[in-house]
Design a binder for this molecule. Structure first.
Ligand code: HEC
Length: 493
């Protein structure tokens, strides 16, 4: 079999598996992306010339240039030889290069394009071996992003999704400087927000026009124009932020301040300025708003305490002390919309606490099955056994991550009965046994049908079918993905 044909078949046979489909087996084939109509299906030659070709010639630290190896006639990815003394290809040569690369690309589908997953590091979801090495260590590499954008059919760095999705799931790449937006109808990253170093929390304005991101590196709240992904304002905070919450009416953004004794910066969304810095006991890790917009609740790891803030007077209403540091929380509502119970994850607890909101007291503690707790030691996450919890929008299920089980559990509401479990992917380090994905957060689509789990140790987001509790796909994202939040665009317009 000819080398090129062999490789093409290889691409067809394996591309979807190595790039987009998780290591665990699955019954369904790769998801057929929906919403094709709005997508550009042609590769842009001008962008190829101006942005893609320069990457082939670029000296990138620690890597030989693509050009150094890919001028041979026996390469499917074949580059023309530059004329002596010239530093760029002629128009005619560029056309030939374009022709060669085009054959390794499925326009609109980065996950199916050999051109992308062959030079991408295996650890980041790329092919197992490339003689040219791991040219791109992660999905976040700036040059790789340029290639992906081109394949996706958009102009590099224009970053605006061409179709109009009904929701977007945002994930902050907490050890990177990007935030990815996933379209749940195709389960692809359709937009990347750049230049937010150490992004922590993410939220949205009521009209969906702005994305708020707290940046731990700069002590700011970045206000991003959603369509263009440009940062339009940096609001200086009173200290190093952690997570944030936006009131459901969109009027206020609350940012938890981790440095110092503990505070919440309250930002008026109209003027985009801080109106109050409310002190609370203990530095704040996460902050949430109850579904009825009456209260905000902050959690402190250090003070082992949750503080409930009355949002009308912006005053502390009550506090509740725990025996461990307070981690993520989520709320169950009464029929009238008021808050019934609060589910609270705690340091060192492989489960969660149940708080009666009216009684201001913990009424139960639910622990995960101990026989499933096989992970967390190699990852050194034993002190954070359970991180990520969310009541589904329809109020009928509670989804909770367990790092020790490397899984996401589903409980029925209001019974709090364990319904089932979805095992997450394994990570295969080159030098040791498989470890867990270290799940960090949960977001759910507005129709409650899909659950998104960020795998902080696996540079991916797992999509779970809420009904079958089976994983659908692992989406490669940036470095140490953590907080997830869903923007419901169907309500806006
Ligand atoms: C050290 C030499 C070397 C460098 C540098 C190199 N490659 Fe390769 N590449 C190869 C070889 C050899 C193959 C074929 C065998 C294999 O797959 O390992 C290959 C295969 C590929 C393929 C699969 C199609 C084909 O031609 O077989 C793609 C796509 C690819 N490389 C992309 C890149 C990109 C993009 C860069 C630069 C960012 C790059 N390579 C840099 C040596 C290299």
């Amino acid at each position: 079999m000819g080398k090129i044909l062999e490789r093409a078949l290889f691409a067809i046979a394996f591309a979807p598996i190595v790039f987009a489909i998780p290591a665990w087996s699955q019954d369904e084939g790769p998801q057929k992306p929906a919403g094709e109509k709005g997508r550009a299906q042609r590769l842009d030659f001008d962008i190829f010339k101006s942005s893609i070709q320069p990457i082939f010639l670029k000296k990138r630290l620690g890597h030989a240039r693509c050009y150094g190896c890919h001028t041979g006639a026996n390469r499917a990815f074949h580059l023309e030889t530059l004329a002596p003394g010239s530093t760029d290809w002629t128009e005619e040569q560029s056309r030939k290069n374009f022709q060669s690369v085009s054959q390794l690309v499925v326009p609109g589908h980065p996950e199916l394009s050999l051109f992308l997953h062959h030079p991408l590091a295996a650890e980041a979801g790329g092919d197992a071996f490339h003689s040219g090495g791991r040219q791109f260590a992660s999905y976040d590499d700036a040059d790789f992003v340029t290639l992906v954008d081109w394949v996706r059919g958009g102009a590099p760095h224009s970053n605006s999704p061409s179709a109009t999705p009904s929701a977007l799931v945002y994930v902050t790449n907490s050890a990177g400087n990007t935030v990815d937006a996933i379209d749940p109808s195709t389960n692809q990253v359709v937009q990347i927000i750049h230049d937010v170093e150490l992004p922590h929390g993410v939220g949205f304005s009521a009209d969906g026009a702005r994305v708020y991101i707290s940046s731990e590196a700069d002590d700011v709240l970045d206000v991003v124009d959603r369509e263009s992904t440009k940062i339009v304002k940096k609001i200086k905070l009173s200290g190093r932020p952690n997570n944030l919450a936006v009131t459901n009416d969109g009027s206020r953004v609350l940012v938890g301040i981790r440095s110092g004794d503990g505070a919440v910066d309250i930002i008026d969304a109209a003027s985009l300025s801080i109106t109050k810095t409310l002190p609370v006991h203990g530095s704040v890790h996460n902050v949430f708003v109850t579904p009825d917009d009456r209260y905000a609740v902050t959690g402190s790891i250090e003070a082992q305490m949750a503080t409930v803030i009355d949002l009308r007077g912006e005053q502390v209403a009550w506090e509740i002390k725990f025996d461990h540091g307070v981690r993520p929380m989520t709320f169950e509502t009464n029929p009238d919309g008021s808050t019934k119970r609060m589910f609270v994850q705690l340091s060192d607890v492989n489960g969660f606490a149940v708080v009666d909101f009216a009684k201001h007291a913990e009424v139960a503690r639910i622990l995960f099955p101990t026989d499933q707790a096989r992970f967390g030691k190699a990852e050194q996450r034993e002190r954070t056994p359970s991180h990520g919890i969310r009541v589904s929008p329809d109020g009928r299920a509670l989804w909770v991550n367990s790092t020790l089980s490397n899984a996401t559990y589903k409980y029925s509401l209001p019974e709090l009965k364990l319904v089932g479990v979805c095992e997450l992917l394994l990570v295969h380090p080159s030098n040791g046994p498989a470890t867990g994905a270290v799940p960090d957060w949960i977001a759910i689509t507005p129709d409650s049908s899909r659950v998104y789990v960020s795998n902080s140790g696996a540079r991916s987001v797992t999509v779970i079918d809420a009904a079958t509790m089976k994983p659908i796909v692992n989406i490669p994202v940036g470095e140490v993905p953590k907080r997830l939040n869903t923007l419901d665009l169907s309500k806006i317009k």
